[in-house]
Design a protein. Structure first.
Length: 310
């Protein structure tokens, strides 16, 4: 049984005239008659009583008309629903640790150039919170430090980001253009992030200091934003370890220097729910991989910086 047969039958049942029904369906009368006869053979019942001068529904035909109309109506509803869904702008929600880091913004720009129809919402959240939002579907993809992602979250390394230290202009470490030895941080107060928001970054900094032979002296205060953290640095109350992707160009007076002896890297990973991916999620994953390859994110080099803010 075909949908066109249902349409032809409904038209004939409503017109009760082969010529008018055929014209309504834009087919010849003989083709309409053949399809109705085929439908009756497939059903094994007679739907219409025909004579030279009239067409009349049989009791079986009257009952079948009710169901045929319902089927055609449901098909119409399904088609409208599909078209409406296709018309809705596809949306992705992406997680970023902080608006000051440029990895995800670069990935987003890359995806938007390739898929201008895609709407992307950026959600600022630490890596643990991104895990939770990925798990319950509030996020589609994120980026963070992910040494031990939970079950159900896939983490793919996309960037080894040189770690450095942010200090105010005129600070003793600002003159070390070639890089600041990690051991030099032993004499500084280090500002760390909230443990609940940045546990893996705090662990990275702690292990770096211990590998250089000292335990860091941690600034006792906490802040809820990178802007507030930079304010503390500019007030000369502490220094801040941040990777090279952290941009503070709108905050004059802050100087970033790479850490050396040893050089340390922040391992940024792209995060998404394990399992089948939507086409647009696949697009953002592929864009991240291509960008990482083009910009040598996985083969970085420590380069001296000027006194200009990065």
């Amino acid at each position: 049984m075909e949908l066109r047969q249902l349409r032809y039958f409904v038209a004939l049942a409503e017109e009760l005239h082969f010529g008018r029904a055929a014209a309504r369906e834009h087919i010849v009368q003989s083709a309409l008659s053949q399809q109705i006869q085929r439908l009756e053979r497939e059903l094994g019942v007679r739907l219409l009583d025909r004579s030279t001068h009239h067409v009349q529904l049989t009791p079986a035909g009257a009952a079948f008309l009710v169901e045929a109309r319902a089927i055609l109506n449901q098909v119409s509803v399904a088609a409208k629903t599909a078209r409406s869904a296709a018309a809705v702008t596809p949306t992705l929600r992406v997680g970023i640790v902080d608006a000051g880091y440029d990895s995800m913004p670069q990935i987003v720009r890359e995806v938007q150039q390739r898929h201008p129809e895609l709407t992307i919402h950026q959600v600022e959240a630490g890596t643990p919170e991104q895990y939770r939002q990925l798990a319950d579907g509030r996020l589609d993809v994120g980026v963070g430090l992910a040494a031990l992602p939970p079950a159900g979250v896939t983490a793919e390394l996309i960037r080894l980001d040189p770690l450095g230290v942010l200090v105010p202009e005129g600070h003793r470490l600002a003159s070390l253009v070639g890089g600041v030895p990690v051991v030099a941080l032993a004499e500084e107060l280090l500002l760390l992030g909230e443990e609940t928001e940045t546990p893996e970054f705090n662990q990275l900094v702690g292990e770096m200091c211990r590998s250089a032979g000292f335990s860091p002296t941690v600034y006792e205060g906490t802040v809820e934003s990178t802007r507030a953290a930079v304010d503390l640095v500019l007030q000369q109350r502490c220094v801040l370890c941040v990777p090279s992707s952290f941009r503070t160009s709108n905050r004059p007076g802050a100087v970033w220097r790479p850490l050396v002896q040893p050089g340390v890297y922040c391992p940024w990973s792209l995060l998404w729910r394990t399992g089948p991916s939507s086409p647009h999620l696949t697009a953002i994953i592929e864009s991240a991989r291509e960008l990482a390859h083009r910009l040598n994110w996985l083969q970085p080099t420590l380069q001296p910086t000027s006194t200009e803010t990065p």
